[in-house]
Design a protein around this ligand. Structure first.
Ligand code: ADP
Length: 313
């Protein structure tokens, strides 16, 4: 197997995640830049997790301009699983944080469109991302945004009644059903995260930045209103519902004017789309297909071309 590894060089370490170390390198065949994501073997509790294999297989078969391309897989001599990915030098977090970059509505529209297209492709293939956040949205040199880090090493369930862990998605992007301990969830958790990212692109700071899981539910309700059983009928069946103190104070839902005041540069169609993605009841939340059909995308200004998007020089 290491014969395959000889095709690639691993040069400088460019990133470190919970499960992996990422290196920049070259494909010796054509000298193209590649990234090698080395999954540490000790992260697999019982040998190589089946979900990692399923994940690799999925990425290998999936070709979409807005999903990171998996070029190859090899096992190194130490037994680590190495994924050879297209090299993506930037990410949306870096871009949002760089205050020297000015975003227009057309730019935000373009990034959101690429996120939704990539995630729609995953959902159509029965894959939940479960960890969408700006740092997992990588940017290619030509400006194309690519959804990356597909929950490797984390088990994923596609059976509707199989239990899944509620401790997924980085806190600030976590949907209320997850904060209330839901163990059966859908693509709606990814849509909530995309809504949070959309809000963050407009505000240039994270929208709901809780300091603890407990505080996250409090600030979510404070910002968007405490849901009533009429608004979200299945809420009371969630494991955390009775234990949660977040329902003690009932916050009113913000008016449209208050939302407009907060997202001052947002157009009417942008606000309507945002609200449809951050609806408390996951059954009422927009799907990726519905979000993609939003008139926000066909309205002027049209989305910027990826190559024209602001980037760091
Ligand atoms: P983990 O699954 O352990 O969280 P990630 O996939 O998030 O690991 O990778 C960790 C970091 O490595 C990322 O934040 C990013 O900076 C970098 N990285 C990941 N994939 C690539 C890539 N294809 N090209 C360039 N850098 C990458």
């Amino acid at each position: 197997m290491s014969v395959v590894a000889l095709k690639y060089t691993k040069e400088k370490k460019v990133g470190e995640g919970t499960y992996a170390e990422v290196f920049v390198g070259h494909n010796k065949d054509d000298e193209s830049l590649i990234a090698v994501k080395m999954i540490k073997v000790d992260k697999f509790i019982d040998g190589l997790d089946m979900s990692a294999i399923r994940e690799v297989k999925f990425l290998q078969e999936m070709h979409h301009p807005n999903v990171v391309g998996l070029l190859d897989v090899f096992v190194s001599e130490e037994g680590n699983l190495n994924l050879v990915l297209e090299f993506l030098p930037s990410d949306l977090e870096v871009i949002i944080k760089d205050k020297s970059l000015v975003f227009s509505e057309a730019d935000v529209k373009s990034w959101l469109l690429m996120i939704l297209r990539g995630v729609h492709h995953c959902h159509r293939n029965f894959i939940l991302h479960r960890d969408l956040k700006p740092s997992n949205l990588l940017i290619a040199p030509d400006g194309q945004l690519k959804v990356a880090d597909f929950g490797l090493g984390r088990s994923m369930s596609f059976l509707p009644y199989e239990k899944m862990t509620p401790t997924v998605v980085t806190r600030w992007y976590r949907a209320p059903e997850l904060l209330l301990g839901a163990r059966h969830y859908t693509g709606a958790i990814d849509i909530w995260a995309i809504g949070m990212i959309f809000a963050e692109m407009m505000l240039r700071v994270p929208y709901l930045a809780g300091q603890s899981d407990h505080e996250q539910l409090d600030i979510t309700f404070k910002a968007l209103g405490t849901p009533s059983p009429q608004q979200w009928p299945k809420m009371e069946y969630l494991p955390g519902y009775n234990k949660s103190t977040a329902f003690k104070i009932r916050h009113p839902a913000p008016t449209r004017q208050q939302m407009q005041a907060l997202f001052s540069a947002a157009s009417d169609k942008a606000l309507t789309l945002l609200c449809s993605m951050i609806c408390m009841d996951p059954l009422k939340r927009a799907t990726t297909a519905q979000a993609l059909m939003s008139p926000y995308f066909s309205d002027t200004p049209l989305p910027s071309k990826p190559n024209d998007l602001p980037k760091r020089h």
